[in-house]
Design a protein around this ligand. Structure first.
Ligand SMILES: *Cc1c(COP(=O)(O)O)cnc(C)c1O
Length: 362
């Protein structure tokens, strides 16, 4: 039987998507073979890439200045690719640090030779809040931020406006969870395993006019050059076809089953509100760890009065088919990741369990 999977990532996927993948696993689209066994040069796979890319473009209302790329190496590869392509010549770039992943992205930019500096950091308040004031460098080639902080459970409700350089965002853990106004953005990337599919793939949205400003060093490996992906439609080498196929099934689930990003956002707001209400109305037994104004709709982080209770909570929840509720190993506590694919029934089951656990232990 299937459990409710609250893991931070790899995370739960829509049941309909898994069923469709299973149903067509042995014979995909009448090719007589699995999607895994097809050549990436086969016309069906070329069309698959076009269709998946078109689905992302429709969902996000991207115009022709944007291109969708499929790149291996997850979000972590993007931590390096972005500075290597745009600032490896010692060029200036700004980072807003809102947690563990933002810290890693910032360190990697320096490692890659960029003149990376912090335009704001949530470190002073232990990353419980999204910064509201920024010290942007007018010369910056881009401004990097993390839209949703998977570990701390904070999320940008709105992005900075009127910025002096294009925003480049790690949206790994809230991609396709809400509509996006990308007018200030040059690039967006998302590791797939939180909201859109299998680990190892990153979906990258790149604005062509931003890509033109790339200044990659001559020594940059071909496989790390955005332009190579743009010119080859992400097929310079054998691409992760199965991961792209799965991401495509998830994207069309959002488009056709849910009805688009506005509807997805409304569902996500409803789930998050129900869970935060349960935390806030527990008389202090459950305590949210993020500042209420910066709370994530994807990763709900909270604590219990003691670590013993937290351990008991996790193990008893698992016996009730509610799994993956431990906080990230760097911060402890509890975390319920309620990505797109977590149904309201799963959130309700968790809320019921929380009430019962409090009744017995509170
Ligand atoms: C999970 C995560 C990453 C790391 O993704 P990998 O695919 O493992 O490289 C980076 N950024 C954010 C916001 C994440 O949630």
């Amino acid at each position: 039987m299937r459990v409710y999977n609250f893991n931070g990532g790899p995370a739960t996927l829509p049941q309909e998507v898994l069923e469709q993948a299973a149903a067509e696993f042995l014979d995909w689209q009448g090719t007589g073979m699995s999607v895994l066994e097809n050549s990436h040069r086969a016309k069906e796979i070329v069309k698959l890439f076009e269709d998946v890319s078109a689905c992302f473009k429709r969902l996000l209302s991207l115009d022709d200045d944007w291109q969708v790329l499929f790149i291996q190496g997850g979000a972590t590869m993007q931590f390096g690719m972005l500075p290597l392509n745009f600032a490896a010549d010692g060029g200036p770039c700004d980072y807003v640090n809102t947690g563990l992943w933002g810290t890693k992205a910032f360190k990697e930019a320096k490692q890659c030779g960029a003149k990376a500096r912090l335009a704001a950091s949530g470190e002073d308040n232990d990353f419980t809040r999204i910064p509201q004031t920024f010290d942007f460098d007018r010369q910056a080639r881009y401004i990097h931020l993390t839209s949703n902080n998977t570990v701390r459970g904070t999320q940008w409700a709105a992005f900075p406006k009127g910025v002096p350089a294009p925003l480049a965002a790690d949206m790994s853990s809230d991609f396709l969870s809400r509509p996006l106004d990308l007018s200030e953005f040059g690039l967006v990337y998302a590791g797939a395993q939180k909201n859109i599919g299998p680990a190892g793939l990153a979906v990258v949205l790149i604005r062509k006019s931003f890509a033109e400003k790339a200044a990659p060093p001559k020594t940059l490996p071909t496989i790390m050059n955005y332009r190579v992906y743009m010119e080859s439609d992400s097929m310079n080498n054998t691409p992760p076809v199965f991961a792209v196929y799965m991401a495509g099934l998830v994207a069309s689930w959002v488009e056709n089953k849910i009805g688009g990003l506005e509807k997805m956002a409304r569902i996500n707001q409803g789930k998050a509100k129900a869970l935060y209400d349960a935390i806030d109305q527990s008389g202090g037994f459950y305590k949210g760890t993020a500042d209420p104004g910066s709370r994530s709709l994807m990763n709900v982080t909270f604590k219990l009065p003691t670590e013993e209770l937290e351990n008991a909570f996790k193990s008893q929840a698992a016996k009730n088919n509610l799994v993956g509720l431990g906080g990230h190993r760097s911060v402890g506590g509890l975390r319920a990741s309620i990505y797109n694919a977590m149904p309201m029934e799963g959130v309700k089951a968790l809320i019921d369990f929380m009430a019962e656990f409090k009744r017995v232990n509170g």
